[in-house]
Design a protein around this ligand. Structure first.
Ligand code: UTP
Length: 295
């Protein structure tokens, strides 16, 4: 089985749920405590052994592209002032030479269309896709867990989590043939089913390991839910030919594409930080029941 070396980060979405902020700040640059969402995704990919990082970006996302560039003037000033901690904080933003490629999706025609942009760069090997607005916290990164499992089962693999049945309409949901521990072999996937029609409560979230055969499916894809070219539809079309396995990762997932999920993640990540946790926990406790800033 081929080692997963490349990852696509689709970052071309409009982020309408975060307007007006996303009028000029890319959604993926919104920060959880002091790191932008894209940094969490890149760190997770590195931990999983990813060596080539492909951003599918769009016009107006310059801040995201600059973030992984060198900042010579800033680094020079920090060094001159002896700010070694601040310099060390920049370490995570460095990419080895040639490791980052930034593509443009001309129009936000959907996640499937975004992934299709990277076809020539991927070639004939399995690859990962990480959606930076799904942030997953845990001892071992979700993608690392998946890469290890994928080495044994191959095919397409999607990250899953169990959701309450009433929540299925917010997710792609697996139609499960059989389950072994964290793995569910799928008969198919259904996009945003009603609780009554959902084939299971295994929701698909933003981590995928895909075989290159997906690009043939993406080439012939027609618009699906919301009029967009949906990655889910392409994976579904390849179920019989390539096989699709759900991997129920260990960890906590935050939907940072929604304002509610993002503020919850902000609180959880602040609480988890040793240097912030105690005071911040006390502050949160003092806020309980407070609904406005009015005296
Ligand atoms: P979302 O649908 O959550 O992102 O796509 P969005 O469109 O930016 O957000 P809203 O709904 O308007 O608030 C999930 C991921 O797919 C990427 C997004 O950047 C996000 O990482 N995406 C989506 C693309 O790269 N291109 C697209 O055409 C659509």
């Amino acid at each position: 089985m081929t080692h997963v070396r490349k990852a696509i980060f689709p970052v071309a979405g409009m982020g309408t749920r975060f307007l007006p902020a996303t009028k000029s700040v890319p959604k993926e640059m919104l920060t959880l405590v002091d790191r932008p969402l894209i940094q969490y995704a890149v760190d997770e990919a590195r931990e999983a052994g990813i060596e080539e990082f492909i951003f599918v970006s769009a016009a107006g996302k310059g801040a995201l592209e600059d973030y992984f560039d060198t900042a010579a003037a800033l680094e020079h000033q920090l060094a001159a002032k002896g700010k070694t901690d601040a310099l060390a904080a920049l370490e995570r933003t460095r990419m080895p030479e040639g490791a980052l490629t930034i593509l443009r999706q001309a129009q936000p025609l959907g996640l499937g269309h975004a992934v299709r942009q990277a076809k020539r760069l991927i070639g004939n090997e399995p690859f990962a896709v990480l959606l930076p607005d799904d942030v997953i916290a845990g001892d071992t990164g979700a993608l690392k867990q998946m890469v290890d499992a994928h080495a044994k089962v191959g095919g397409h693999m999607v990250a899953t989590m169990d959701v309450p049945r009433e929540a299925t309409r917010s997710y792609g949901v697996l139609d499960v043939a059989n389950e072994f521990g964290r793995l569910s072999h799928a008969k198919g996937m259904v996009e945003k089913p009603t609780p009554e029609t959902a084939p299971s409560t295994k929701a698909v979230v933003g981590r995928y390991i895909l075989c290159p055969s997906i690009f043939d499916r993406l080439d012939t894809l027609v618009p699906g839910a919301g009029g967009e070219l949906q990655l889910t539809d392409a994976i579904n079309a390849d179920v019989e030919a390539a096989g699709v396995t759900g991997y129920r990762f260990a960890g906590e997932r935050f939907d940072c594409g929604s304002v509610q999920g993002f503020v919850q993640a902000t609180a959880a990540f602040a609480l988890a930080r040793a240097e912030l946790g105690g005071d911040f926990a006390a502050f949160l406790a003092s806020c309980v029941g407070q609904h406005s800033f009015a005296a």
